[in-house]
Ligand binder design. Sequence first.
Ligand code: MRU
Length: 371
Amino acid sequence: MLINHKNFRTIWLNEEYESVIQIIDQRHLPHRFIIEDLTHTNDVIIAIKDMHVRGAGLIGATAGFGMYLATIEASKSISFDDYLLQVSKAIKETRPTAVNLQWAVNRQLAEINKGHNSTEKISISKKTAIDIANEDAEYCKNIGKHGVKIIEEISKQKNGETVNILTHCNAGWLAFVDFGSATSPIYEAFEKGVKIHVWVDETRPRNQGANLTAWELLNHGVPHTIIADNTGGHLMQHGLVDIVITGADRVTREGDAANKIGTYLKALAARDNDIPFYIAMPSSTIDWNTRNGINEIPIEQRNPDEVKYMQGLYNGDIISVLVAPEKSNAANYGFDVTPSRLITGLITERGLCAPNEIGLLELYPEKNTHD
Ligand code: MRU
């Protein structure tokens, strides 16, 4: 997507040095645009854990590239297989909720296994990492093509008046390799000239909405307004929201969706106000092995300091300030689960479906067996 009129993805292989992965270090956005080189699997692990990269799709793509670096390192170690296993375990443990991480590592392990020697394994894992990234971008683009129909329909019902879309967190191109999930239909509608406006939840504690989604939309000229997290319900009661679209970090076989903390409350408010609530996600986010999201999806708990401190720009420097009594306890649950009964529909790369097993299996009939 565009940054200062130049096209960027969130992760790519350095053109000159093929063992260097490059990422946009998202910790500095929206104030600074910094590209970071990842040259070792330890860099990859830190980048995922400390959120230089974040968002389900991008975490998966980064894990895919991490596994490619792992094969290079493994070829220089005493035991290729032991090294690979050790790194894959460490990558999988970086963040628990987004299933794309496990999915990408497992896909890499299955592919690498097909190589007969370390040279072949390195080349296979490089190709697989690139495939994962390209597929992520392609799938997100398709999510836009399917999802835009919903926005166009609302626009028609409103006789071309502005469609107000509310989104939570960042499920934009920064959370994927390109285009985003929740934002892809938004970008598509904008390109088609549909009049839209986006309410951007700031998304405490890390402010992915205010920092990242707003920055993305601004770069593309999409009209938007940042709101405090608790504003959505009020806007809905006053007819100022036509549709809610968020992303997901994991969707169960029965359509429950884990997403950034606070999503569930938006779904409740949307239901109370009869407003359609959609989850947009590529199939890499579907966990076919889970059914009940509330009981089965692990919810990441992060450092409570993320709640007590806020980060921002002051006199040209990015600083962190304490916004709570230093000695108070804080809890930092990263995600919540929206039960499928509160979801109007799922927007995937293959089309729209009902948030349940029947709907998902209609789009993905090959999953009609228990793995
Ligand atoms: O903790 P983060 O920033 O990695 O959170 C993940 C997300 O970006 C959101 O939950 C998002 O809405 C999911 S879409 C990838």
